[in-house]
Design a protein around this ligand. Structure first.
Ligand SMILES: Cc1ncc(COP(=O)(O)O)c(C=O)c1O
Length: 375
């Protein structure tokens, strides 16, 4: 494998002649609904550089929509993926299991927030992970309603389109959508009418009021939120908002789902964006919620057969019952620490940071707080 020089180099007009040829083939053969941002075709990529088919080297600010956090074709990723392909390409874990799936679940149990016992299910896309979070929450709570937030994005399947806020361009012309989805305000500091400093508590109060009155807390199976909103504009909810919503979920036996598909591993300076405010997603892990106590907690966490019903192939993980960063993270880094971030980042989409003044938030603290209990 030859390392790609980490430099920008433009040798043709953009797009160059080879990219234009490919564009013509693409127009004839690829469905129009699949859009692309750039008009150039990739020949290879390494680190933070993409080389196109005409030999231009471009700085990769897109990173596959925030996926290649450790850089393109990171040596450790290539080595492990190649070794796996040589061993076997596919058996389907639901037919013939293999150790890698188990090892990923074990690693997630260590790396995700919370120090309770945890289990994971792996899925092949973000939308599938979110859909399965809804399935699990509904089966577990025996409730139907799902609450999501203004500006939220959760995917392109029918249910996740219903969960997504923006009609244009994500949903236009594709309805009708799945029922029992309710949208409430998010603490968007930059646009909050009474100022960024009030956004956290005021938005939380509005969201809680709407959930209580318009949906009914006892009808809500899951609250799904991106701890940093991605497609909606890289919005960091104002401080205090997430803990208030987490507390409401715990108090009412509602499963709190953190959709970190785009905030990604390590992109906020910690493994998970929700760690910034010490959020532990899932049901009420510690029995601290008042009415949620009997419905959730260490000895009553969701079990059942959603693992068998929830079919899928690994690639995206469903953050159902998260846990904490321990020596394992350091071991990962020491073993395979290629690129700018820890290697786990490769599996998970990421988020870009917002400037401190734009959204009334603050630049992420690149430090780890002592982990407190959820909410
Ligand atoms: C927050 C969030 N959730 C879910 C998804 C859906 O992921 P996928 O495109 O892998 O289905 C995305 C995709 O960008 C996302 O940003």
């Amino acid at each position: 494998m030859t390392a790609l020089p980490q430099e920008r180099r433009v040798v043709t007009a953009i797009p160059g002649p080879k990219s234009q040829e490919l564009q013509a083939r693409r127009t004839a053969a690829v469905a129009q609904g699949v859009g692309s941002v750039l008009p150039v075709f990739t020949a290879r990529a390494g680190g933070g550089i993409i080389e196109d088919v005409d030999g231009n080297r471009l700085i990769d600010f897109g990173s596959g929509i925030a996926v290649t956090s450790v850089g393109a074709s990171a040596e450790a990723v290539v080595r492990r993926a190649s070794a796996q392909l040589a061993d076997f390409t596919h058996t389907c874990f639901m037919v013939t299991p293999y150790e890698g799936y188990v090892a990923v679940a074990e690693a997630l149990a260590e790396l995700t927030p919370g120090d309770h016992a945890k289990k994971s299910a792996l899925f092949n896309s973000g939308a599938e992970a979110v859909e399965n979070a809804v399935k699990i929450a509904r089966a577990y709570t025996k409730r139907q309603a799902v609450v999501v937030f203004d500006h939220g994005y959760h995917g392109r399947t029918n249910l996740t389109m219903a969960l997504t806020a923006k009609n244009m361009p994500y949903k236009h012309g594709f309805g009708p959508f799945a029922p029992e989805v309710y949208r409430v305000p998010v603490a968007y500091g930059y646009r909050w009418p009474t100022g960024a400093e009030n956004a956290g508590p005021e938005a939380a109060a509005q969201a809680v009021d709407q959930m209580s009155k318009q949906v009914g807390a006892d009808n809500i199976a899951a609250i799904i939120i991106e701890p940093v909103l991605g497609e909606g504009g890289f919005i960091e909810p104002a401080k205090g908002f997430l803990p208030a919503i987490r507390r409401f979920a715990a108090d009412h036996g509602i499963v709190f789902v953190a959709d970190e598909i785009q905030s990604g591993f390590c992109r906020t300076g910690q493994w998970f964006a929700c760690e910034d405010e010490d959020i532990v997603p899932g049901p009420d892990h510690d029995g601290e919620g008042h009415r949620g106590r009997s419905a959730a907690g260490r000895r009553h966490r969701p079990r059942g057969d959603h693992g068998r019903r929830a079919r899928g192939r690994p690639g995206r993980h469903l953050r159902r019952q998260p846990g904490g960063l321990r020596g394992r993270a350091r071991r990962h880094r020491d073993d395979e620490g290629a690129g700018p971030q820890r290697p786990g980042a490769q599996r998970h989409r990421g988020v870009m940071k917002c400037p401190p003044d734009r959204h009334g938030g603050e630049v992420r603290r690149h430090r780890r707080r002592p982990r407190a209990a959820a909410r």
